[in-house]
Structures are given as structure tokens and as C-alpha cells.
Design a protein around this ligand. Structure first.
Ligand code: F0G
Length: 351
């Protein structure tokens, strides 16, 4: 068949673009929906992973960014700004290059993974490390974009969610109908809201016969929606979702309630275990935050919230290569040997 054209062209009639919109794309979307054999076994369900780390900059953010940057160019912007735990800034930096815009990013100092920092720098964004949290950064970028001629491309920009809803379309297109349950990590809460928009839109138009229950998962040290109050000093090893006051809070709880779903917390220990399981038993290398969807599914299953035989999709939001420090620190140190086949054979327990 023909090759993938990027999500704006693939879903043009479902997105707020016109023939006048300059399409800024890196051919994002069209990501793999991989059957998860081991997670299926553990849950007695038919589980798939929506592998968003396969997007051009290694996370689902590219779906929102192709829309946000295209619309920013259409509206005459010359500069864009975002707050980020790392992935949004990586994506904004790349799409800004593509569009010929300048890009400024505010990140919490010392709290973003090395790969993400590298991406913003290599794409030439101006990176400010703020001595504060993501929530502080977002508040600052909101004020800057209100007071200066610089366009905000965080998910409070409605075009972001429009782009991100296409992941739900792809899932229904691939499975022939919506799944019974959709599991997803929750940070600033844009993505769960976007998926719910996408699933609803397809159901309303009769493309799917049902809507999934939305299961969202926050890290337990950063679980404001679960606790029902903002968290002043959020903490978690999953730095991508280290957020204490999500911008799309209301949309996320609506997605939960309208779908008959849940938003729960999973511990760092559960997240780390799911990260390892995905890498070592599914062959899928994700970043820590992404593993929250699978950690959450396993928890919900153990609580009896998941009937056997259900069809379930877990979004794994970002590529494991984003955070090489975590990957390496958790693995055994590689063995050093001389240039000697016998030494290699011995080290490999072949001899
Ligand atoms: N997973 C990853 C890998 C993320 O980078 C994010 C958010 C999420 C999950 C949560 O998605 O915010 O829509 O609920 N990262 C943002 C960023 C905050 O700045 O890159 P959400």
C-alpha cells in the first residue's frame, strides 16, 4: 500500500485544519499496536501495547506538536514556548526547526532525563532550567505567552489534544472496534483527555460500536487527581509524570467518569517492575512513566477490576532510550575481557 503521510493528512477531515494550514510534519503517528503476550498471560486478557516511542522524537507528543506548530505558523507565530518534563520540549524543538520558528523551553532543573535534554539542545532550542517544578514552569510559560509575542504549545493549547486524539483512531482502525479498557499514564492529564475525545468521536460517528473504560495511572508521589488536591512537592522516579497540578484535571476526571473508568496511583516500585517486565518479557523498551499504564493494569487486575477475556490497550508513551541513566544503573555492569576467544567463551559460560 501507500506510505504513511503523517497524522494531519491521514485524519485531515477530523482535525481543525483547512487547505490554508501549512502542514508541519515529521510523519508522526501510525505507530505499532503490539500484542503483549506476557501481560495477556498475566491478566487472562487480550492486551496490546500502543508503542508511542516509535514516533519521530520518541514520544506521543509529536501527535500534538504537528497540530500545535502547524496552527502556530498559520496564525503567524515566529516563536513558540513550552514547559516540560522533557518530552514536550524535545518535540517542540524538533517541529520548531521544521517550521523555521524559534523555540524556548522551561524545564525543572535536574529532573528531566538525559536523552530529552539532548534533544532540546541538538535541535537548537533555548533551554532554561528552572529551580522549581514542572508546575512552576507551566505557570511561567502561561504568563510569558500572555505578555509577549510567543505561542504556547503545551497541552493547554487545544490543538495539542486534537492531534493526540488520533491515537484512539489508529487503535480502532487496527482492531476493527474500540477496546474494552484503555490504560494510560497520567501527568498533566492531556493525553487521557485526548484519547477519550478520539474514542467518543469514532463512537458517535458509528465507526466503533463501543467506548472503552479509561484507566488512568499517576505515580503515587505525584497523584493529585487520586488524592483530590494538588501536590505541592511531587516526587517519583517517573520524572515525565512528576506533576502536582495537572492542567487538564477536569477533562481527565470527565473521561474517567463518563467512561466508567478509574484513575489510580501506582508506586515507583510497581512502575520499575513493569518497566523491567516490558523490556525483558515483551521486548519493548519504554521509559519509566510509560510503564505506569502496564503497572496500573496489573494492579487493576489484582483488584478484580478487569474481567478475563477483555480486549485492552496500554499506551506506552515514550521510548526507553530517553533515559539511558536509569536503564544502565538498573542493569549488571558489563564484563570486561581481553582480546581472547577463550576468555569470551568462559565469560559466556559456553566452556
Ligand atoms: N508519559 C510520558 C513519557 C510523558 O512525557 C508524559 C507527559 C506523560 C506520560 C503524561 O501525559 O501529561 O498528557 O498526562 N509529559 C509532559 C512533558 C508533561 O512535558 O513532556 P499527560
Amino acid at each position: 500500500g501507500r506510505s504513511w503521510r503523517g497524522l494531519i493528512e491521514e485524519y485531515r477531515e477530523r482535525l481543525p485544519v483547512t487547505t490554508k494550514t501549512p502542514v508541519v510534519t515529521l510523519l508522526e503517528g501510525g505507530t505499532p499496536l503490539v500484542p503483549a503476550r506476557r501481560v495477556s498471560e498475566l491478566t487472562g486478557c487480550e492486551v496490546y501495547l500502543k508503542v508511542e516511542g516509535a514516533n519521530p522524537t520518541g514520544s506521543f507528543k509529536d501527535r500534538g506538536m504537528t497540530m500545535a506548530i502547524s496552527k502556530a505558523v498559520e496564525e503567524g507565530a515566529k516563536a513558540v514556548i513550552c514547559a516540560s518534563t522533557g518530552n514536550t520540549s524535545a518535540s517542540a524543538a524538533a517541529y520548531a526547526v521544521r517550521a523555521g520558528l524559534t523555540c524556548a523551553v522551561l524545564v525543572p532543573k535536574g529532573k528531566i532525563a538525559m536523552g530529552k535534554l539532548a534533544q532540546a539542545l541538538v535541535h537548537g532550542a533555548t533551554l532554561l532550567q528552572v529551580e522549581g517544578s514542572f508546575d512552576d514552569c507551566l505557570e511561567m510559560t502561561r504568563k510569558l505567552s500572555a505578555d509577549y509575542p510567543i505561542a504556547l504549545v503545551n497541552s493547554v493549547n487545544p490543538f495539542r489534544l486534537q492531534g493526540q486524539k488520533t491515537a484512539a483512531f489508529e487503535i480502532v482502525d487496527a482492531l476493527g472496534d474500540a477496546p474494552d479498557i484503555h490504560c494510560i499514564p497520567v501527568g498533566n492529564a492531556g493525553n487521557i483527555s485526548a484519547y477519550w475525545m478520539g474514542y467518543q468521536e469514532y463512537a458517535e460517528d458509528g465507526i466503533s460500536t463501543k467506548r472503552p473504560r479509561m484507566f488512568g495511572f499517576q505515580a503515587s508521589g505525584s497523584a493529585p487527581i487520586v488524592e483530590g488536591a494538588p501536590v505541592a512537592h511531587p516526587h517519583t522516579i517517573a520524572t515525565a509524570i512528576r506533576i502536582g497540578n495537572p492542567a487538564s484535571w477536569g477533562l481527565a476526571t470527565a473521561a474517567r467518569d463518563e467512561s466508567g473508568g478509574v484513575i489510580q496511583a501506582v508506586t515507583d516500585r510497581q512502575i520499575a517492575a513493569a518497566y523491567k517486565l516490558l523490556a525483558q518479557e515483551e521486548g519493548v523498551f519504554v521509559e519509566l512513566a510509560s510503564a505506569a499504564s502496564v503497572a496500573g493494569l496489573l494492579q487493576a487486575h489484582s483488584q478484580g477490576l478487569v474481567e478475563p477475556g477483555q480486549r485492552i490497550v496500554c499506551t506506552v508513551t515514550g521510548n526507553g532510550l530517553k533515559d539511558p541513566d536509569w536503564a544502565i544503573s538498573g542493569a549488571p555492569a558489563p564484563v570486561v575481557i581481553p582480546i581472547d576467544v577463550h576468555a569470551a567463551a568462559a565469560a559466556l559460560n559456553l566452556a
